[in-house]
Design a protein around this ligand. Sequence first.
Ligand SMILES: [Fe+2]
Length: 348
Amino acid sequence: MANANSPKLIFRQLFEKDSGTYTYFLFDSATMEGLIIDPVKEQFDQSLHYLEELGVELKYVIDTHVHADHVTSSGMFREVTGAKCVFGNPAGIECADILLQDGDDLEFGHFNLKTIATPGHTDACTSFYTEGRLFTGDSLLIRGCGRTDFQSGDPEKLFESISQKIYAYPDDTLVYPGHDYLGRTVTSIREEKAYNPRIGSGQTLKNFVQIMNNLDLPKPNLIDEAVPLNIQCGYSLQLGHVNEDNFTMHDLYKIFENLKSTERIIDVRTPKEYSQGHVPSSLNIPMGVEKSFLEELSSYQRIFVYCHSGRRAQTVYTILGMKGLGNVICINSSGMTDWINAGFPVEH
Ligand SMILES: [Fe+2]
């Protein structure tokens, strides 16, 4: 039965007005693990700040396809947070950490994001489903669909993807597109089947192909700049201090046993998570407020930063590094669960 501590799926939608792009944040309220779909370069600082404020442990940064109308910030998010860059498999993107196949699940906390290969707008377009919501990228748009005249686009494939795969979801499924240029934020399978002028439920393949092959649209403004960047996961922040130590909670335990007065262990989870059990004598500085503790944090010779699974620690490590702190050791490949499972002492 649901209670106050049951994990909830937290969902947020951001809009980038120049390219009309929607970015989606999804995370688990209990573990704070989450993901981003289609982040835009221009909104990187704002989005990172937002993730920090909320304390989200970013596991995946997903591009629904190689965008031609804006530059992704997936690579920048990976550099700061350690999240994995994710694309659909036919994209063949060398910068990707994960290339998804149709049907693959991406787990975040207690939730799953299901991969639905929906080629047609491009050959690598991927849609996603979780908890009554579909994220359709540029495959199905509100009262429209993605164009099929470049990037290996194919109207026959798009027809099949929408009519066979997307429309197979229940009518009341909410549909969140990759773009909208008229201020609409969400639709449903029922609405699109009934009112989509290009591909409503009564549309034939022949008519659809006829429409798509005669749209006569101008070339997207940014295509020549955006595509070469996006196949590299966008720009690099060139941080130059990427953490590759793979420091674990077992390593932290050895430090903990002989902790010096010049060293401090920092728990960057939420106060609620901290109160449910933490490393004894650790200090709780939740992700998002670490910058206001710069003076205190820099007064130690070494600080050890941990969280639930390593992603928030990685984010704080990078942000403090950008602020000039060189004394941070980040437990980036495990977290509090491993500490508890190992039977190490826990303070409440
Ligand atoms: Fe697109």
